[in-house]
Design a protein around this ligand. Structure first.
Ligand SMILES: NC(=O)c1ccc[n+]([C@@H]2O[C@H](COP(=O)([O-])OP(=O)(O)OC[C@H]3O[C@@H](n4cnc5c(N)ncnc54)[C@H](O)[C@@H]3O)[C@@H](O)[C@H]2O)c1
Length: 257
């Protein structure tokens, strides 16, 4: 990522993508957002690519990236934040069209956009990419396609890091824990998720804020992480650290807290 190039953020109209685009623009980067349901980020300098951009559509991804570079300059930073949540089901009730949708957007879409942009970065010997995976890809849950897709995102991140490391392109993943986006709030409001059950297994006893994921992404895009490639960085308020403590009687409570 350099001052001359642009940062492209997929899924940039909402949630973690919007928080990341806003932060990067505040830091002085030229940021372009794309989304399947494009909406501008009011009050920011973030540039909206106005046409709907579907990360799962190969020909549209390839042609849109060429158009975006022609209009705004070379992409030197990429954030793959577009994604859909997993539908919760017992295994015997997983519908394969739902499986295909989650894998198409969350895994195949991340691969397609990373490859389309990363190949150009490798030709120019310069670039950084961050994929948004999930702690769900590191653990398990009744969201069968989503966990598999996110584990796949962590895997393709390593493979692409090895592929392009000698050509000046770094690629890393972040794995958010339960993050307080509108999408997560909607899942809680619908009863699909329980707020207390999402908060209490974490070491910090809370949800992650979108800006906290954005800050980790900004670091992984920046020269401050110049020696880091192929990693998966959990940003989870200590979800992975804390979640096994239930078997030992639970995490220590703080009196008066
Ligand atoms: N919020 C959480 O708790 C959480 C936790 C772990 C991982 N994540 C991951 O973070 C990413 C962002 O999640 P969020 O909570 O900000 O969700 P969100 O719904 O707020 O944002 C996702 C954005 O992606 C866009 N999008 C969906 N399908 C698309 C497609 N096919 N092409 C292009 N854009 C598309 C949506 O329109 C939306 O603007 C997702 O990959 C999600 O799996 C979220």
């Amino acid at each position: 990522m350099t001052a001359e190039g642009i940062v492209l953020v997929t899924g940039g109209s909402r949630g973690i993508g919007a928080a990341t685009a806003t932060l990067l623009a505040e830091q002085g980067q030229k940021v372009v957002i794309v989304d399947i349901a494009p909406e501008p980020l009011a009050g920011t300098r973030v540039i909206l690519w106005p046409a709907p951009f579907d990360v799962a559509n190969e020909s549209a991804v390839v042609s849109s990236i060429a158009d975006i570079e022609a209009a705004h300059g070379p992409i030197t930073g990429l954030v793959n934040a577009a994604g859909v949540f997993g539908k919760m089901h017992r295994i015997e009730h997983v519908r394969m069209e739902q499986w295909d949708r989650e894998v198409n957007i969350d895994l195949r879409g991340t691969f397609l956009v990373s490859r389309s942009v990363g190949v150009k970065m490798a030709e120019r010997r310069h670039g950084a990419i961050v994929n948004v995976a999930s702690v769900a890809g590191m653990t398990s849950g009744p969201i069968h396609a989503y966990t598999a897709a996110k584990a796949g995102v962590i895997q393709i991140t390593q493979t692409m890091a090895a592929e392009w490391g000698r050509r000046g392109v770094r690629i890393n993943a972040v794995s958010p824990g339960f993050t307080r986006t509108a999408a997560l709030e909607a899942a809680i409001a619908s009863g699909a998720l329980n707020r207390k059950s999402a908060e209490s297994p974490t070491a910090m006893n809370r949800l992650v804020e979108p800006i906290e994921v954005a800050q980790a992404i900004a670091w992984l895009l920046s020269p401050m992480s110049s020696g880091v490639t192929g990693i998966n960085l959990p940003v989870d308020a200590g979800y992975i650290a804390g979640t096994t403590w239930a078997a030992y009687g639970g995490l220590p409570e703080v009196s008066g807290a």
